[in-house]
Design a protein around this ligand. Structure first.
Ligand SMILES: C[S@@+](CC[C@H](N)C(=O)[O-])C[C@H]1O[C@@H](n2cnc3c(N)ncnc32)[C@H](O)[C@@H]1O
Length: 282
């Protein structure tokens, strides 16, 4: 399989939904089997619990970027009440509606690089690689500025995303590479074809085709693309937007982050007492 075959199926280029929202097409491919891999299980409960614990002020509201099928927003809403959410994929949002059991999650169809709800929040979060799914540093920068403006003073932005070191470890020095892992809890196998491509500035894009194989031999497949984003780069984007790096973990149980950790969980705070951010009225 070549990179060309991946791009033919899922260009990673934006496509416009019916109502003009830019979307990568990730949800169109993954929505039918996303919940088989990323289960609404104990680990989702632990993530929701961790987010509830670090929320600086529940009364000021909560927003998830890239809510997907509601894996985290639904259990979080069961703990803290209303959660607003945005996603560019109508397919993922339609699975969220099926999963909803009365939880107060207000899901909006939109692309967070281009728009956010016109209010401020005490906590905004983007978990499970979502900030790395933004296709360029320029767009990540725009998203970070948008988030900073949408935070109430003293509010926090929480990012959970993969550590690029682990992508290279998964690939075992091969590029491209293929790896198959049995996912015991899910009862199937996940085969990942990976290819990392640096651009002229050295930014690495990870394209991977995921093949999910059920025990009965049936399979689903989809392609996803991530802009690998080391912690220091994410911190730099936040600082540029006027946010201050604070908490840092490698798991939602609070394990410390180290250079080899699979992912980082980072919070950024909007200071309470500073001047308005760039572009904001006094
Ligand atoms: C890996 S899934 C994570 C879903 C959910 N947060 C979870 O933890 O299970 C990433 C989600 O972000 C959405 N997404 C990616 N980029 C986006 C953007 N720029 N604007 C809105 N949604 C986006 C995708 O459609 C997808 O549903």
């Amino acid at each position: 399989m070549t990179d060309a075959s991946m791009t033919a199926t899922h260009p990673g280029a934006e496509v416009l939904n019916r109502d003009g929202v830019e979307d990568t097409g990730y949800g169109r491919e993954f929505a039918p089997f996303y919940d088989r891999i990323f289960r609404h299980d104990e680990s989702a409960e632990i993530t929701a619990e961790g987010l509830a614990r670090i929320h600086p002020d529940i009364a000021q509201g909560t927003l998830e970027l890239g809510v997907g099928t509601g894996r985290i927003a639904l259990p979080l809403a069961r703990r803290i009440g209303p959660v607003d959410a945005v996603d560019s994929s109508v397919e993922m949002l339609s699975v969220l509606e099926e999963n909803r059991n009365g939880e107060p999650v207000q899901a909006m169809h939109g692309n967070f690089v281009h728009e956010l709800p016109g209010r401020r929040y005490g906590m905004i979060f983007a978990v499970c690689q979502t900030m790395s799914m933004v296709r360029s540093r320029a767009e990540q920068r725009r998203a970070m500025h948008r988030v900073a403006h949408a935070l109430a003073p003293g509010g926090i932005f929480v990012v959970e995303t993969g550590n690029p070191v682990q992508v290279h470890a998964l690939m075992g020095g091969e590029n491209p590479s293929v790896a198959t892992v049995p996912l015991e809890a899910q009862g199937g196998w996940l085969t990942t074809y990976s290819q990392v491509t640096p651009d002229e500035s050295g930014h690495e894009t990870w394209r991977c085709r995921q093949v999910w194989i059920e025990r009965d031999g049936s399979l689903h497949t989809g392609v996803e693309q991530s802009l690998l984003t080391p912690l220091d780069v994410m911190d730099g984007l936040a600082l540029e937007a006027g946010l201050i790096p604070e908490l840092l973990f490698s798991t939602w149980l609070g394990d410390p982050y180290g250079g080899q950790s699979a992912l980082y969980i980072r919070s950024y705070r909007r200071p309470t007492e500073t001047a308005p951010l760039e572009g904001e009225a006094q």
